[in-house]
Design a protein around this ligand. Sequence first.
Ligand code: CA
Length: 231
Amino acid sequence: MARKVLVVEDEAAIRELIALNLRMGGFDVVEAGSAEEASQRLSIGVFDAAILDVMLPGRDGFSLCESIRRQNNSIGIIILSAKGQEQDKIRGLSIGADDYMTKPFSVSELLARVEALCRRVGRSAPEAPEEVSRIQSGCFVLDKKSRILYKNDSPIDLTQVEFQIMELFFQNQGVALVREKILEGVWGKNYFGDVKIVDVNIRRLRMKIEDEPSNPQHILTVWGYGYRWNG
Ligand code: CA
């Protein structure tokens, strides 16, 4: 089944260029010119990914991103923006976007990122039957089949990217993981982004799984290197 992508962009020329290239890449594309139109489209379809422009008439792309995330943790979100400032990038990632690209952008790079994102968030290939589907670590259980993380038997709401980071931690318990390795393990070898995206996701994960996010007991910082999981 073709991956379904929502393209939200008010400038018709850019939107059509993105849509055309995605269609040529085999994606099923739905276009929206505003956040309001996007919400309507999202309410009646199931999407693998959404590309959100920030500057839109009416509600902006950040606000749209937040409302999508409130309802849907599994969709992949790429924010596409003319604003290249670090602050906007961090803001986009901290409200639940999985990736961020700055205009002007290369269409082929965008396509590569959408493909990578869909693979990550995707209806992944069925697992080999002998693979262990539940991994326990301290009071946490990671269920790979349902893609749910439990803490003391209560499910924790994670995005697909957050889940993948947890998966990497569980497979490397007690091992210090350099940020580049987390980046590569979750976003793929050909990811063009920087390691800050790892830090932003770790910060969000800590908010969700730590009793005291400012004094983490499970996702430990290894200064100047990366992170280590302590179950
Ligand atoms: Ca715009």
